[in-house]
Design a binder for this molecule. Structure first.
Ligand SMILES: *[C@@H]1O[C@H](CO)[C@@H](O)[C@H](O)[C@H]1NC(C)=O
Ligand SMILES: *[C@@H]1O[C@H](CO)[C@@H](O)[C@H](O)[C@H]1NC(C)=O
Ligand SMILES: *[C@@H]1O[C@H](CO)[C@@H](O)[C@H](O)[C@H]1NC(C)=O
Ligand SMILES: *[C@@H]1O[C@H](CO)[C@@H](O)[C@H](O)[C@H]1NC(C)=O
Ligand SMILES: *[C@@H]1O[C@H](CO)[C@@H](O)[C@H](O)[C@H]1NC(C)=O
Length: 445
């Protein structure tokens, strides 16, 4: 009996010691590693690496992480530095790490600014308390559903709004910059239909909000068509029909982005045409683009912000490749796995080589590979060029080969443009290419 009690006491001691060590590590981590960060500025001379515990679901860590990432963003903005590494798969996959690494403040920028290498995990997309995709299964009064109308013309332009913010008060909404993307596309392509598909329910209510004014502005173009997209119905009888039920999408770290990735390929598979992100200003007619194309973001990776496929033949084959690739390789914790890397793998498969400068402007098995300047003339690292008038000359001079300019909304949405006073290049482009929307902005574009 005594032996047994002794044994239990010994065990308890061990357990207590282990518990003590764990709490000590926890306390030390909180106070010595995390605490200095919560001061009101982040010293970018230091290296910060914080892990986001997505898988283990530690809410405290998540909230803390969100807080720090906000501070870093603010600080980075204050210093006029911007950057995001969206192509570094290993870093994005590893841990959803936010790392601000002084060593990578490098000279890659074309505009004499410092480049700061930050991997934004974009925690905001997965709100902890809310379900970012909850509107996908809500049935309420909505615009007419895309699946109910006659098939779009075989070469139409498609935009997708996959966030659930737009069903607030039963009305769909667009920001000025999203509306600018739509207006510029419609304006420069009067012969093409421009579809904006809202996954969240709601109708256009002309109630006088700023967003209502933007919607009115874009609807003044005869070729703009707004529709609802019932997610589940849209995916029925496609290779991805199980994705919503599987929970993979809902539990993704980037559900809104990944829903958009899925829908862009499905849309091209169903109808063909040109898919565009809602943060592109279209600068010319897209009719002279190759029938099937992708656009590189760097000289090693493709983006998926603009893709054109034909409805049948080669284009349909490419869309099928993308959808099957997505089905096979879907990963919720990687920002770029299900969009940009799908396009990258498509190119590598069609061109039978890794992406290098040698394949710029080449057509591989029917797939045209455009260089970055065609839609990404200013990289995410050089975004300051669009938001600081000192760089106007540099920014506006690189657009001669561009059909459009991607403005990296994830990174730039918080950078203000005051309609009355700003003379930054994004404002100059907006005034010219989306004049009606720009005019409707009260104070901020
Ligand atoms: C930032 O960190 C560097 C290196 O640790 C240090 O030399 C510098 O004084 C710090 N700057 C501020 C403003 O704290
Ligand atoms: C990607 O990020 C990891 C971790 O930060 C780094 O070790 C690696 O060198 C990076 N790779 C590239 C190609 O930048
Ligand atoms: C790609 O083609 C365009 C248009 O012909 C040309 O202006 C550009 O220099 C080409 N780019 C490369 C890298 O070959
Ligand atoms: C714009 O860039 C210039 C040159 O780098 C810099 O001096 C100026 O402070 C920047 N303006 C703003 C508003 O950040
Ligand atoms: C705005 O910038 C453009 C291009 O840099 C320049 O031509 C124009 O004079 C500027 N306007 C004002 C009011 O500063």
């Amino acid at each position: 009996m005594l032996k047994l009690i002794n044994f239990i006491i010994r065990r308890c001691k061990q357990i207590l010691i282990v518990l003590f060590v764990i709490s000590a590590v926890y306390v030390i981590t909180i106070f010595y590693v995390m605490q200095p960060l919560s001061k009101n500025n982040v010293n970018i001379s230091n290296t910060y690496t914080i892990l986001e515990h997505v898988e283990t679901g530690i809410n405290h860590a998540k909230k803390y992480f969100h807080h720090v990432s906000t501070l870093i963003r603010q600080d980075v903005r204050k210093q006029g530095l911007l950057g995001m590494d969206t192509t570094n798969e290993s870093a994005a996959v590893l841990t959803n790490v936010i790392s601000v690494t002084p060593k990578s403040v490098s000279d890659h920028s074309n505009y004499g600014t410092k480049r700061l290498n930050i991997i934004f995990p974009n925690v905001a997309e997965r709100q902890f308390a809310t379900r970012p995709l909850e509107c996908y299964s809500i049935h309420k009064e909505s615009l007419s559903d895309i699946s109910d109308i006659n098939s779009p013309k075989s070469r139409s332009i498609f935009f997708l709004e996959t966030s659930c913010t737009s069903h607030i008060k039963g009305r769909i909404a667009l920001t000025s910059r999203q509306a600018c993307a739509v207006e510029s596309a419609a304006r420069m392509n009067p012969n093409l239909d421009v579809y904006v598909l809202f996954v969240s329910p709601g109708i256009v209510k002309y109630a006088g909000t700023e967003s209502d004014k933007f919607l009115t502005a874009i609807l003044s173009y005869k070729n703009v068509k707004l529709h609802h997209l019932d997610f589940k119905r849209y995916l029925q009888d496609t290779p991805l029909e199980d994705i919503l039920e599987s929970g993979k999408l809902e539990w993704s770290s980037f559900p809104v982005t990944h829903a958009s990735d899925i829908l862009r390929f499905i849309t091209l598979w169903k109808y063909g045409g040109i898919y565009m992100d809602l943060d592109i200003v279209t600068l010319k007619s897209l009719e002279s683009l190759a029938p099937n194309f992708v656009v590189l973001e760097t000289f090693t990776h493709s983006a998926a912000g603009v893709i054109g496929f034909t409805a049948t033949g080669d284009g349909h084959r490419f869309a099928e490749f993308c959808i099957n690739d997505l089905k096979l390789n879907f990963r919720g914790h990687s920002w770029n796995q299900n969009g940009p890397l799908v396009a990258t793998r498509l190119i590598e498969s069609m061109c039978k080589t890794k992406i290098t400068k040698n394949i710029l402007n080449k057509t591989c098995n029917g797939l045209k590979v455009y260089p970055p300047e065609v839609f990404y003339p200013i990289s995410g690292f050089d975004l300051v060029a669009l938001f600081n008038a000192s760089f106007n000359g540099a920014a506006l001079n690189v657009l001669s080969n561009s059909y459009g300019i991607h403005v990296w909304n994830t990174l730039s949405k918080h950078l203000p443009i005051y309609v009355k006073t700003s003379n930054v290049s994004y404002a100059i482009l907006a005034k010219k290419y989306c004049p009606k929307v720009f005019q409707k902005c009260k104070t901020l574009f």
